[in-house]
Design a protein. Structure first.
Lengths: 113, 111
């Protein structure tokens, strides 16, 4: 199924801008969310995660926001760089027993110089 | 020192053939997965193994048979390949904290 989806299939930004990639999920039982980055010809790479008992988590240049009321997840990338160009996926896990990830459709981020 | 490795990276074969894809992880994880990514980039779980035991099998045809000789390896064997099997197959592994690490993918093209 496609419980986790993304609002926009593509996003184009200028280098140095901030990027926001959105994701909506439908399963209120989801308790763990992860953002992955997939560059062309490579496997998905872990960026940042957040558990359902949190509403914000920050990493290096990235922030994930979780709004459980509207079942919305976003990834913010500060000072976007050309190397950030990739497909970004949000994924959810419903429980922690080694359950597989349920992926959304992905947003292609293009960064121009 | 690759964490999750897959072989081969590319696989081109004729319809009806049988092929295998190998996966190895050196992270000491106890759970391994196979995902399929279609031409529209959608990623979907196929199988999950925990300590060599199958724990997830998502409506995958019987032609697909995973085999885990030990917890560091999860191989995928595909019988009687069909055109619709063309995709990129990713192996992943995780420990109980659920952060999954993916391999580089195997690009399968069935002609």
């Amino acid at each position: 199924g496609e419980n986790v989806g993304l609002h926009l299939p593509t996003l184009s930004v200028q280098e140095g801008d901030n990027s926001i990639i959105n994701c909506a999920y439908s399963n209120s039982a989801s308790d763990y969310f992860i953002w992955y980055k997939q560059e062309s010809g490579k496997g998905p790479q872990f960026i940042i995660d957040i558990r359902s008992n949190m509403d914000k988590r920050q990493g290096q240049r990235v922030t994930v926001l979780l709004n459980k009321t509207v079942k919305h997840l976003s990834l913010q990338i500060a000072a976007t760089q050309p190397g950030d160009s990739a497909v970004y996926f949000c994924a959810e896990i419903i429980n922690q027993a080694g359950t597989a990830l349920i992926f959304g459709k992905g947003t292609t981020l293009s960064v121009s110089s | 020192d690759t964490a999750v490795s897959q072989t081969p990276k590319y696989l081109v074969t004729q319809m009806g053939n049988d092929k295998s894809i190998k996966c190895e992880q050196n992270l000491g994880h106890d759970t391994m997965y196979w995902y399929k990514q279609d031409s529209k980039k959608f990623l979907k779980i196929m199988f999950s193994y925990n300590n060599k035991e199958l724990i997830i099998n998502e409506t995958v045809p019987n032609r697909f048979s995973p085999k885990s000789p030990d917890k560091a390896h999860l191989n995928l064997h595909i019988n009687s390949l069909e055109l619709g099997d063309s995709a990129v197959y990713f192996c992943a592994s995780s420990q109980r904290d659920a952060t999954q690490y993916f391999g580089p993918g195997t690009r399968l093209l069935v002609l």
